[in-house]
Write a protein that binds this ligand. Structure first.
Ligand SMILES: O=C(O)CC1=CCC(=O)O1
Length: 96
């Protein structure tokens, strides 16, 4: 199942900068591991915002929830999820 996910990050200014840097490094490693596994298909920076648009390819809602709630920056994110399915006009073979 494919999902479009928007992640808006808001790290509080009161958080120790070293702790923030560690969380960001962990987030990167976690994200890249999932990208290599094929579960996190795309990640795009939203220009001008500390936010991204991502595409996930997972078994079901529960797996997506588990992956998202394990994000190291999860406590500092607002996440919006939109389920996707193949568009009948798509010419891409890897859309479904
Ligand atoms: O910077 C972001 O958009 C948050 C994030 C998600 C995965 C990652 O590496 O950073």
């Amino acid at each position: 199942m494919l999902f479009h996910v928007q992640m808006d990050v808001q790290i509080p200014h009161s958080l120790d900068p070293e702790v923030a840097a560690q969380l960001i490094a962990k987030e990167k490693a976690y994200s890249q591991e999932l990208q290599r596994s094929g579960k996190w298909r795309h990640i795009w920076r939203i220009v001008g915002e500390y936010a991204n648009y991502s595409i996930f390819d997972v078994e079901d809602n529960a797996e997506l929830h588990q992956l998202l709630s394990n994000l190291p920056l999860y406590p500092f994110m607002k996440i919006s999820v939109t389920p996707l399915c193949r568009h009948p006009s798509s010419v891409r073979e890897d859309d479904s």
